[in-house]
Design a protein around this ligand. Structure first.
Ligand SMILES: Cc1ncc(COP(=O)(O)O)c(C=O)c1O
Length: 408
């Protein structure tokens, strides 16, 4: 991978500064920068081929329809979904998870049933389950993390019982970053008729994800965490499960007919979930992002990021003041603290040096029960980050005196 060449594609990597220092962006877990082909595609939709999707009988509308449906095919290719009709465009991973909870779980779960998650889940993969469980009389229970913060297969087996109906876990969590043994979990769950929902918000952007090989039932992710625009995401679901899922929004484009008595015939998936005018510029932007990532190669991206992360961990471990909570994770962010410094104060000091990191609970507000610290600093990388940026970041980690002097 030619990182210098890749960096040229990103306007946000061209001479931007923060606090008068060259910007070093290490908050890619929150959102990512967008390369020119993505920006160009969005601009092209807005300036060269604007029309609604699936509505018109004129050439321009046909262009939009063709581009829009091509994105479905491209996304299917990215995750190796057998059928593009298993790709539903949503407004993001959060929206997709809410759709599964409201549209699938609510009609398939009842009194006494169980949903299994773990304490490392993002709020998006926790709160919709709490709500549905409360409404149908089901329970949300937890798969324990091991001492390294991983979900181990043996623990999953111990947690599953006759009441378990859904297992919903992040493929890679947004704080600890360990890679979930998805295939083993799906095999075990399917032998027992349990549905597996995978939150791929932090995996799909960073590594190859093959839904057929892993055999997950539902997969969700967001475009903006993979070089695409905000406000668009994906729900992949096995087609039979999508057929059994009730849409949470109704309106134009999702029905084939209805009458004045209120009798409504819905279209088949994915159209039945995409009521109303979709985020068309978002979808075509997602398509450009998917094509951009595939042109680089998800294998190459994963290998480079793994190397970058290992380098960052090694360099950070040279600094006594740094405490890392997930040093041995292969992928994902590095969660750490500067000893005796409140995470948000540390993030403010990184900011002073032009470095963007995130501090707090990272929308995983029950993880502190496991971590035993209330908040952390999170440095998260993408394939356009460099070892030189990490060196600069580590130099700031070393400025322990600044951290301590500033606040004590
Ligand atoms: C693991 C995980 N799941 C879900 C989400 C929610 O994504 P979005 O805010 O794009 O809906 C995030 C966002 O940070 C995440 O990291």
């Amino acid at each position: 991978m030619d990182i210098e060449k890749i960096r040229q594609d990103f306007p946000m990597l061209q001479g931007k500064t923060m606090q008068g220092k060259p910007l070093i962006y290490l908050d890619n877990g929150a959102t990512t920068f967008k390369p020119k082909p993505v920006i160009d595609e969005i601009v092209a939709y807005l300036s060269d081929y604007t029309a609604n999707a699936h509505r018109g009988d004129y050439d321009l509308s046909y262009v939009v329809d063709t581009k829009y449906e091509q994105v479905r095919a491209d996304v299917a290719k990215l995750i190796n979904a057998p059928n593009p009709k298993e790709i539903v465009f949503t407004y993001g991973a959060t929206d997709s998870l809410n759709l599964i909870a409201e549209g699938y779980a609510k009609t398939h779960l009842g009194q006494g049933d169980e949903i299994l998650i773990c304490v490392a889940e993002h709020a998006a993969n926790t709160l919709p389950w709490f709500k549905v469980a409360r409404e149908v009389g089901a329970q949300v229970n937890y798969i324990d993390l091991d001492e390294t913060g991983r979900v181990q297969m043996e623990v999953v087996k111990r947690a599953v019982n006759d009441h378990t109906k859904i297992i919903a876990l992040a493929h890679v969590t947004n704080v600890l970053g360990h890679v979930l043994p998805v295939k083993e979990i799906c095999d075990y769950a399917h032998e027992r008729g349990i549905i597996v929902v995978i939150d791929g918000a932090q995996s799909v952007p960073h590594m190859p994800v093959d839904v057929q090989d892993l055999d997950m039932d539902f997969l969700v992710f967001s475009a903006h965490k993979m070089c695409g625009p905000t406000g668009v995401g994906v729900l992949y679901g096995k087609y039979d499960l999508l057929k059994e899922t009730t849409p949470t929004r109704l309106g134009g484009g999702s029905n084939s007919r209805y009458n004045s008595c209120g009798v409504v015939s819905l279209k088949n998936p994915p159209e039945k979930f995409e009521a109303g005018t979709p985020n068309i510029e978002g979808v075509v932007g997602l398509g450009a992002a998917v094509r951009y990532l595939m042109a680089i190669g998800m294998d190459q991206i994963a290998a480079y990021e793994e190397e970058l992360r290992a380098y960052a961990v090694k360099r950070m471990q040279e600094v006594d003041l740094v405490e890392i909570y997930n040093a041995d994770a292969k992928m994902g962010p590095i969660a750490f603290n500067i000893k005796n410094v409140f995470s948000q104060d540390a993030a403010s000091l990184f900011n002073k040096y032009g470095i963007a990191v995130r501090a707090g609970q990272h929308c995983a507000k029950i993880l502190d029960e496991y971590l035993k610290v209330s908040t952390t600093v999170r440095a998260s990388f993408y394939f356009y980050n460099t070892k030189e940026e990490i060196d600069a970041f580590v130099e700031v980690c070393k400025k322990g005196d600044d951290f301590l002097d500033a606040f004590f």
